[in-house]
Unconditional design. Structure first.
Lengths: 163, 297
């Protein structure tokens, strides 16, 4: 039997009837048309389906949509503002941290969440934060550099804002 | 894309309501907490429940509280919650280390301590540390309450004494005596998203910083159908002064306290060798911690 859920996605509240066997990843893609969330392995090993759920990055392929009832979700579509890219997205482009792009939404969301909680992470902290996200183009070095670049961008941006 | 089979979903609001639902003892029911194991198994087809009961809305089974000498961890507490808890870091650093070995940061944000116990996987990360620390597991049914130790909870791979109508509600730990140290080392091919080839948790308590070993526990994981205590190795440590030779002797005994299988992750002989190596290392680290101020003070 379908269940009615209310989920806030990227600041917009949605009410929807979902089957219990619908995962959050499928709900975002097929229910809301937010195709930025990718599904790779489907079993929590690759991190391509990462979304931020109530402030924490999770594998949306392992979360039932019914379990997201009442939660606030941020997907890759929700981090830019007014058509502008998020500083982490800009840094990914500048550092050449994107190859095929399939892992990128998950990588970016983990990085955004890391920098919100820890604005100046060490390289090791960046690598640990990204350890649940696989990149099969093997671009890890540039991804780590992109996150470090984003960190200094955000810190500098905030300092500039204070002046 | 892997699809989930169809099932009914129940989301009780209270523990009594959840226990009431489970009291019909339907064998086609599964309880879901973080879901990081259950949903994977359902997608792969190894389990196919007709009904899932979620613990998501239950109040009072998530979080870490300390009352005097007892630290209580609600069963719905995630591995990430444990890893970032000051109480755990201060009193049971070995449990923090085990929590940080589990899955990946993304998995740890969902996976719960209750789920890590209930699934009874032979290589689960939290049980070895919990056994080493002398944890107690609280179980509830509609009409009963019982407290068990993890040493007797597990029966075999995926099998435990947990009843179909039973829910794990809490894991409690007593703060450790002075001059106690512990360590957990997990051997895997990589640091994240890995199932242990071998893992060992050890804890020792000394009489005094330069005294004899008063209490010892060595727990071997992924080398038997359940996590097992290396009883002959533990026995060799009691009443003895710590030394490299003593730890080497205990580690050799530990090799015969387990029954590893050969599988895709490692051969049985290799696993036995690694039991020796990791037992020596965990004991040495536990001793170092115990000689300092120890933990739990």
């Amino acid at each position: 039997m379908k269940k009615i859920i209310t989920v806030t996605v990227n600041g917009t509240e949605y009410e929807s009837a979902v089957n219990p066997n619908m995962t959050l990843a499928r709900f975002l893609r097929e229910g809301l048309g937010l195709f930025g969330t990718k599904e790779g392995c489907g079993v929590g090993d690759c991190g391509a389906c990462t979304v931020i759920m109530d402030g924490q990055p999770v594998n949306s392929c392992l979360v039932l949509a019914v379990e997201a009832n009442g939660s606030a979700i941020v997907t890759i579509e929700g981090i830019g503002e007014g058509g502008k890219l998020h500083p982490v997205q800009e840094a990914f482009i500048e550092a050449g941290a994107i190859q095929c792009g399939f892992c990128t939404p998950g990588m970016v969301l983990v990085a955004v969440n890391l920098l919100e909680n820890n604005p100046s992470p060490t390289e090791n902290e960046v690598r640990q934060a990204l350890s649940g996200n696989l990149c099969r183009c093997t671009g890890y070095q540039k991804i780590v550099e992109a996150v470090e670049r984003a960190a200094s961008k955000i810190v500098c941006g905030e300092r500039a804002g204070e002046l | 894309m892997l699809f989930l089979p169809r099932f009914d979903y129940e989301e009780p609001r209270t523990l009594p309501e959840a226990l009431d639902i489970l009291s019909d003892l339907r064998s086609d029911t599964k309880v879901i907490a973080g879901g990081t194991d259950l949903i994977v198994n359902m997608k792969k087809g190894s389990v196919d429940p007709a009904r899932i009961v979620s613990l998501k809305r239950l109040k009072g089974i998530r979080g870490i509280t300390r009352k005097k000498e007892i630290v209580a961890i609600g069963s719905y507490t995630t591995a990430a919650d444990i890893a970032r808890s000051d109480v755990i870091a201060r009193s049971f650093p070995v449990l923090r280390k085990a929590a940080l070995s589990l899955g990946s940061p993304l998995i740890r944000n969902r996976a719960t301590i209750g789920g890590n116990i209930a699934t009874a996987r032979p290589a689960a990360d939290l049980p070895p540390a919990l056994i080493a620390l002398g944890a107690r597991i609280k179980l509830r049914t509609k009409g009963t309450n019982r407290t068990v130790i993890p040493d007797v909870f597990f029966i075999g791979p995926g099998r435990s004494i947990l009843g179909k109508d039973e829910i794990i509600t809490e894991i409690s730990l007593s703060t450790l005596p002075p001059f106690t140290g512990a360590d957990y080392i997990k051997l895997g091919h990589r640091a994240a998203l890995e199932i242990a080839i071998v893992a060992v948790a050890s804890r020792i308590t000394l009489d005094s910083p330069d005294g004899v070993i008063r209490d010892a526990r060595i727990v071997l994981s992924a080398v038997a159908p359940t996590a097992v205590r290396a009883l002959s190795a533990e026995g060799a440590l009691l009443g003895e002064y710590p030394s490299d030779e003593l730890f080497a002797k205990a580690a050799s005994l530990a090799m015969n306290d387990c029954s590893p299988v050969s599988d895709i992750r490692g051969g049985a002989d290799y696993r036995r060798d690694m039991v020796r190596a990791l037992t020596i290392r965990t004991l040495a680290n536990a001793y170092r911690e115990a000689c300092g101020q120890g933990v739990g003070l």
